[in-house]
Design a protein around this ligand. Structure first.
Ligand code: ACO
Length: 268
């Protein structure tokens, strides 16, 4: 347990939380540093197969800390500003390419800079009561730190433009409809739903999970031919880590007839 970040590990899942509830979990430089340390400490632990990122209290994250991340850092000059940028970009990037599958569990407020870790997580589930917004326009900056990119990656052009220009909030249901999250459920059901998804992921081959999540993130920017080539090489690389998994998957279906891949996962 650190000061600005909390974690519990149980049944293969690391339940990480933004832990500045009094400040609606906005991200200050200390949180960005502590989150990076925590992610690094958890990434290759054998007892962690899935990482969930939630928030303590009423917020998931109210974005960057306007006082400590912007005003106080800017007072220290360009070097300090760039360092603060790199600290948050760093852990969001680490999440995007994390060894284990990651799930954002958006329990409440999610603004601006919060879209960085939201996109960093492979899957995202929100409370219907959660509130999302690109509020940068409301206080006088553009949606930087990747937020504009996240909006255009996840939403249609018209929705992204409206969302960024208007600075209005959308609730969890609309966030699901617009593609910011996979699904919205009532807050009281959120943890159960996320635990269920995590449990299903834990049944799957971890080498295949990492290869698959990277493939989905990488191929979007490739031509078809480049994607085809990348995917052949990525599968061959995965085979060098675990050559038995897919053989076993075929054996249990074809020879043993103990499961059907269309309906579930082979027994590991
Ligand atoms: N930066 C700095 N302090 C913040 C932030 C923030 N992003 N968000 C909340 N806080 C602080 C408040 O200043 C307040 O501090 P205090 O107790 O010392 O007065 C405390 O957290 C609680 O905040 P309230 O506003 O009192 O909480 P409330 O529940 O009424 O409202 C809400 C929550 C709507 C999230 C509001 O705090 C808010 O609008 N926060 C800013 C959201 C935002 O636009 N973030 C920046 C996005 S742009 C970017 O990230 C680059």
């Amino acid at each position: 347990m650190t000061k600005t970040v909390a974690v519990d590990v149980a049944d293969g899942v690391a339940w990480v939380r933004f832990n500045r509830p009094d400040k609606r979990n906005c991200m200050n430089p200390a949180l960005n540093r502590e989150m990076m340390e925590l992610l690094a400490a958890l990434e290759f632990r054998a007892d962690v197969g899935v990482l969930v990122l939630g928030g303590e209290g009423a917020a998931w994250s109210a974005g960057m800390d306007l006082k400590e991340f912007f005003r106080e850092t800017e007072a220290l000059g360009l070097g300090a500003m760039r360092q603060a940028d790199q600290e948050c970009f760093g852990w969001w990037r680490r999440l995007r390419w994390y060894q284990k599958p990651t799930i954002a569990m958006v329990n409440g407020w999610c603004f601006g800079g919060g879209y960085g870790p939201l996109f960093g997580c492979d899957l995202a589930f929100a409370a219907e009561e959660a509130q999302f917004g690109l509020s940068e326009i409301n206080w006088g900056i553009l949606p930087g730190g990747g937020a504009a990119k996240v909006a255009t990656e996840l939403m249609s052009f018209r929705r992204a433009m409206y969302h960024a220009l208007m600075g209005e909030r959308i609730d969890g249901r609309t966030a699901a409809e617009w593609g910011l999250v996979n699904e919205a459920v009532p807050l009281e059901q959120l943890k159960t739903r996320v635990a269920g998804v995590a449990a299903r992921l834990l049944e799957k081959n971890p080498v295949t999970l990492k290869a698959t999540k990277d493939a989905i993130r990488r191929v979007g920017e490739m031509t078809y031919d480049n994607a085809e080539d990348y995917l052949v090489r990525a599968q061959e690389a995965a085979n060098s880590f675990d050559d038995q998994g897919r053989r076993e998957g075929i054996r249990q279906f074809i020879d043993e007839k103990s499961y059907k891949p269309g309906l579930g996962t082979y027994a590991r």
